[in-house]
Design a protein around this ligand. Structure first.
Ligand SMILES: [Zn+2]
Length: 65
């Protein structure tokens, strides 16, 4: 199961960039209400944190053999 966000996902709601372009979001990935917005680029800090989270998640996955 994949839980880590794409590093380039929206900085406001975490929805993937490509998916976000097709819709005007009013909730985040968990369905929490947000002011309506279009895709907003994440900060460098958010990108770095997401990359770390993805790496940690990948390292935690058992080998699929
Ligand atoms: Zn968003």
């Amino acid at each position: 199961m994949r839980t880590a966000q794409s590093p380039s996902a929206c900085g406001l709601c975490g929805i993937n960039e490509r998916e976000h372009f097709t819709r005007y979001a009013t909730t985040d990935e968990q369905g929490n209400p947000l002011p309506g917005h279009y895709y907003t680029a994440p900060t460098q800090e958010q990108i770095a944190a997401r990359i770390r989270a993805r790496r940690a998640e990948r390292d935690a996955e058992p080998d699929q053999t």
